[in-house]
Design a protein around this ligand. Structure first.
Ligand code: NDP
Length: 449
């Protein structure tokens, strides 16, 4: 067998690609993998991991306030952006090495270059031609860009983590996950932060009441919102960014971050040479088994535009490998995928929003609770927990659970098991709460609207 003939060749070493390559290789397939950037992809290098590290860092400003309410005091607190970046770089480097060693230990041949299809059976990686029976495209997405005059100086999530110094005044464009998470991070680090969106609400598609509550809490913490007032142009004047808004006003900022969505990362793989069809937004079209319109080419992760979350890409990878090796093919289940937005406060949910539930289910009951958690009760911080549970009133099955507050993601991760497995509210209510916690409220919800 030629050394460059594979059973499976994976393009892209993000979370999905790496998992597929490793598992396929440990199951006995000859696997190659190409990556032109850092191992670990967006999540490890420019997404989930550094974002969460920076989010932890940004919460310390609240923690210092909280500390005082418990009797602690400290002399002047100082924050160093440079040490945060340095420590983050070391941690990411450690993870890159972990990925490298996991892949090598499982026998995957790594090609550190971009791959481009020559035809359905081969591709070129750097100067090498590689043949494979099957291919897996897991190239992810990249930030979508808008055409403002200052395009080249406007930052995206690819480069914002490593800016040389913190701006005093920052404008963030967009109201999706990335925009709101960075707003909380920079606000927590002391930056005067404003979000500008074209609509009325951030986080489109999330539960309306939850988003309203979150926006209020973010506002109380100092984040400003420019609603239905998106820039018409942004240009440089000296070191400043001059932003002209739709309503005719203009303002000056030290930095602008564009977070207006992401688009498939297809520039380098030469899809034109193979019969792989794409949607209008350039995402790759796949069937229920992640097969593209070209039989031996599969695609997973953000590039297929289903649910763009790391754990989903990893689960899709496992599904592809299973289906490649088994006669009994399994369809992927996209229902009840829990998710979290790492704003301050955190927001997490699983299942339907109230709006979707009322549209799809005849009779729904909605339980809510809003309270000030004990940890914050002696401090000046205004944080509140807001919980919403939506049930089908006919059979009591929980349709959705939404939570704003400290450790929202950790709490929802646990409760998601109940929802994924179809538990009812009375089954949840059988559970005795752990007192005093915030999560105990979920097993004692009584008020419905
Ligand atoms: P999102 O799709 O979440 O948000 C894009 C935002 O940009 C929306 O507010 C949208 O506005 C706005 N927008 C899009 N086009 C325009 C335009 N032409 N003019 C003005 N505004 C525009 O994208 P993100 O880039 O924030 O995140 C990408 C994906 O990455 C997410 O969907 C998520 O799946 C994943 N992610 C997950 C995280 C997590 O799990 N915590 C964290 C970060 C990312 P409108 O609402 O009006 O459409």
């Amino acid at each position: 067998m030629s050394k460059n003939l594979f059973d499976l060749f994976v393009i892209g070493a993000g979370s999905g690609g790496v998992r597929a390559a490793r598992i396929a290789s440990t199951k006995g397939l000859k696997v190659g993998l190409a990556e032109g950037w850092d191992l670990g992809g967006t999540c490890v290098n420019r997404g989930c991991v550094p974002k969460k590290l920076y989010s932890f860092s940004s919460h310390f400003s609240d923690d210092f306030d909280l500390m005082k309410s418990f009797g602690w005091s400290s002399s002047k607190i100082k924050f160093s952006w440079k040490s945060l970046i340095k420590n983050k770089k070391n941690e990411i480097l450690r993870l890159n090495n972990v990925y490298d060693s996991l892949l090598k230990k499982s026998g995957v041949k790594i090609f550190k270059n971009y791959a481009a299809f020559l035809n359905k059976d081969s591709l070129i990686v750097g100067k090498k031609t590689v043949f494979s029976k099957n291919f897996l495209i897991a190239v992810g997405t990249k930030p979508k860009r808008m055409n403002f005059s200052a395009l080249k100086s406007i930052k995206t999530s690819d480069d914002i983590f490593d800016i040389k110094e913190l701006p005093k005044k920052l404008l963030i464009l967009g109201g999706g996950y990335i925009a709101v998470e960075f707003a909380s991070i920079f606000n927590g680090l002391g930056v005067n932060t404003k979000i500008s969106i074209r609509g009325k609400q951030i986080l489109k598609g999330f539960d309306h009441d939850m988003v309203e509550n979150l926006m209020n809490q973010m506002q109380i913490k100092g984040i400003k919102f420019e609603l239905e007032n998106f820039p018409t142009d942004i240009y440089r004047k000296g070191k400043k960014f001059i932003v002209c808004f739709r309503n005719g006003s203009s303002d000056e900022f030290d930095l602008v971050l564009e977070a207006v969505g992401r688009e498939p990362n297809l520039d380098k793989i030469n899809l034109g040479n193979v019969n792989v069809k794409v949607n209008e937004n350039s995402s790759i079209i796949v069937d229920n088994y992640f097969r593209t319109s070209q039989k031996n080419i599969f695609a997973i992760g953000d590039v297929i535009d289903k649910i763009q979350l790391t754990p989903v890409a990893i689960a899709e990878a496992m599904n592809v490998v299973h289906n490649l090796q088994s006669k009994k093919k399994i369809k992927f289940n996209y229902q009840n995928v829990p998710t979290a937005v790492f704003t301050n406060p955190n927001f997490a949910c699983v299942g339907m929003t109230e709006e979707t539930a009322r549209r799809k289910v005849k009779n729904v009951k909605v339980f809510t609770s809003e309270f000030r958690p004990l940890r914050f009760s002696m401090s000046k911080l205004k944080d509140k927990v807001f919980v919403k549970m939506i049930i089908n009133s006919k059979n009591e099955k929980i349709l959705g659970l939404h939570y704003i507050g400290e450790s929202a993601a950790e709490i929802i991760q646990g409760f998601a098991i109940a929802i994924v497995n179809g538990l009812t509210k009375s089954e949840i209510d059988k559970t005795i709460g752990i007192h005093p916690t915030s999560a105990e409220e979920i097993v004692t919800l009584k008020n419905w609207k």
